[in-house]
Write a protein that binds this ligand. Structure first.
Ligand code: COA
Length: 169
């Protein structure tokens, strides 16, 4: 993600979250936060196609955190979210992370399913974490990212994902 991608990212953000980040939050993540790494997914031409997905992580030594991930509503269910998550996981591992966490709304079963597919489990609940409606957050975690077991699982799921994309898109 570059500063020039923030406008299309904001459109997806507004369609995806009840409390959205302001553009300045993305701008400062991109320019000021050395621990942050943000990516977009495009349809069609990899350089000029429309932005349909985005996501970001922070990597702090062995610790990593998925800060956001979203897909444009018109493109959901087509494995863009999964593709982005796989990219974030590879990025975290390459940058030295051994574990990864995130928060999700308790009601967000779709996102939780996606994360569970990649080995995340719910480790705790943060009561009334979301200020808009007082909803709880579940904290999800995956560990031993650099171990053979996780790397093999990720490689096998990535192969299945590539085959599904080839077949269905
Ligand atoms: C969560 C989100 C990123 C998923 O992206 P997506 O591109 O629609 O999902 P994919 O097509 O890649 O699906 C991957 C996996 O997600 C889960 N999933 C996707 N759609 C689902 C649905 N309708 N019902 C249940 N699980 C679903 C499944 O585990 C699926 O894998 P499977 O088909 O092998 O079971 C997307 O729904 C989104 O942007 N939601 C709004 C923003 C948001 O909630 N972000 C997460 C914040 S924690």
């Amino acid at each position: 993600m570059t500063q020039g991608d923030i406008r299309p990212v904001m459109r997806i953000e507004a369609l995806s979250f009840t409390t959205s980040w302001p553009p300045s939050a993305f701008a400062s993540e991109l320019s000021d936060n050395k621990l942050a790494h943000y990516f977009i997914g495009r349809v069609g031409d990899p350089r000029t196609g429309d932005v349909v997905a985005y996501g970001g992580i922070w990597v702090i030594l062995e610790d990593s955190h998925i800060t956001t991930i979203a897909v444009h509503p018109d493109f959901r269910g087509k494995r863009y979210g999964e593709e982005l998550l796989v990219h974030l996981l590879h990025e975290a591992i390459e940058r030295g992370a051994s574990w990864i966490t995130l928060e999700a709304r308790e009601s967000n079963v779709i996102a939780q399913n996606l994360y569970k597919k990649y080995g995340f489990t719910i480790v705790s609940t943060r009561r009334a974490y979301y200020s808009d409606n007082g909803e709880n957050a579940v904290v999800m975690w995956a560990g031993h990212l650099r171990g053979d077991l996780y790397r093999n699982r990720l490689a096998s799921l990535s192969r299945e994902l590539d085959a599904a994309i080839e077949r269905d898109r």
